[in-house]
Design a protein around this ligand. Structure first.
Ligand code: AMP
Length: 394
């Protein structure tokens, strides 16, 4: 039997999981999988440690009532009876919001859960599902140690100017500050910098996490100095369906002149904007790249313009740039997006090797480029697995 750590990332309609050996060092995943379409038509997909899709007879069979409450106990049963012989010793969860106080991963207690409940209004699309998954695991496997790992923690090293809004102090003291997100991804990338950059790892680095959700983080000495997301995961870069940074006056206009409710505006900004809103075609970058419609070109062009502008602004926080890292679905796979962003930043010393960029090579900067440009696949799950193992073994 292999003692294992289960990593869960619960969303509104999906549940992603990964299983790692409960050991020291840098564990490799034994299994990874996803249940998508929860609440409508759930579908299971899984891969073994070598990345091969599981054959259908090795997949988990989905229970009749396939909601989170039914799926989590079924997943635990399936893993504990897995043919490889797994014993789940602990569960680690991605939790989007840890507020100001959670600066590190934490063992789940009733008191912690109550504190995290108070943050639901700050991340209404993610936090309730993250916490529900923790409660489901506690109900199905009482006594199983659980660890919460927060997307906000990595950014708590930022100084006050990077975190403050120019709002009355009373609101700041109430917690209306820039928290930043995607911290588990940035934590992973920061942990790889020494191997990729040697002595330059402690220098001025910007990480561009470009996926369906997108943000950037300015890092120095492998710590977060500034980031593009703010109070919510709506700020900063243009995203798949989210607008990114927006003049707050637009929200007032939508309320006062268009008579839209808060719920309608929220839906517009979170679900109907970004690549989807500008193109009117899709939130998916690969789909837009394959389209010849001018609206698709506009959406890609605006995404890259905004990303380049945000990157230049973040460089202010770290006094220049030694290395730029692309990660996540678009960052790791789209040579077009990387080149459209970097072409606007030649004045900052960023110059690409087009051949290496086209091949998604690890190093894509030209030999003469003062700034190193790298493509590093992110791995948020391994950060959670390491933290969970570390905390439960003291
Ligand atoms: P993520 O949220 O990190 O899974 O990233 C999803 C985004 O990555 C989607 O917009 C995908 O279309 C995009 N993506 C994945 N592969 C490619 C590719 N080969 N070319 C362009 N975009 C891609």
């Amino acid at each position: 039997m292999t003692d294992a750590v289960l990593v869960l990332n619960a969303g509104s309609s999906s549940l992603k999981f990964a299983v790692y050996p409960d050991g020291d060092g840098d564990p490799a995943a034994l299994l990874r999988g996803k249940i998508a379409g929860i609440g409508t038509a759930p579908v299971f997909s899984g891969r073994d440690g070598a990345g091969h899709s599981l054959p259908s007879d090795a997949c988990m069979s989905l229970p009749h009532a396939a909601d989170h409450e039914a799926l989590i106990p079924a997943l635990l049963d399936w893993l504990n009876s897995h043919q490889g012989g797994l014993t789940i010793r602990a569960a680690g969860h991605r939790v989007v919001h840890g507020g100001r106080t959670q600066t590190d991963p934490a063992i789940v207690t009733d008191a912690l859960l109550s504190e995290l409940d108070t943050l639901v209004p700050l991340a209404p699309l993610h936090q309730p599902h993250n916490l529900a998954a923790i409660r489901c695991v506690a109900a199905s496997a009482p006594g199983l140690p659980q660890v919460a790992c927060f997307d906000t923690s990595f950014h708590r090293t930022q100084d006050k100017f990077a975190q403050l809004f120019a709002l009355p102090r009373a609101l700041t003291e109430e917690g209306v500050i820039r928290y930043g997100f995607h911290g588990l991804s940035y934590d992973y990338i920061a942990s790889t910098l020494r191997a990729h950059l040697g002595d330059r790892a402690d220098g001025r680095v910007i990480v561009a996490h470009l996926g369906n959700g997108a943000s950037m983080c300015a890092i120095k000495n492998r710590r977060s100095v500034a980031t593009s997301m703010g109070f919510t995961a709506l700020d900063g870069l243009m995203m798949g369906q989210r607008c990114g940074a927006l003049d707050a006056g637009v929200v007032l206009y939508l309320m006062d002149e268009k008579g839209m409710s808060a719920a309608e505006i929220s839906h517009l900004l979170y679900n109907e904007s970004g690549l989807l809103g500008v193109s009117g075609i899709s939130n998916d970058m690969a789909t837009l790249q394959a389209s010849s419609a001018p609206e698709a070109r506009d959406a890609i062009g605006l995404f890259c313009y905004r990303a380049a502008a945000e990157l230049a602004a973040l460089a202010v926080a770290i006094g220049g740039l030694d290395a730029l890292i692309f990660t996540a679905g678009i960052g790791e796979n789209s040579a077009l997006v990387r080149s459209l962003i970097c072409d606007r930043l030649e004045w900052m010393g960023i110059s690409l090797d087009d051949g290496a960029n086209a091949k998604n090579a690890k190093c894509i900067s030209a030999a003469s480029s003062p700034v190193d440009v790298l493509v590093i696949p992110t791995d948020e799950e391994v950060v959670i697995a390491r933290a969970t193992h570390g905390l439960i073994h003291g």
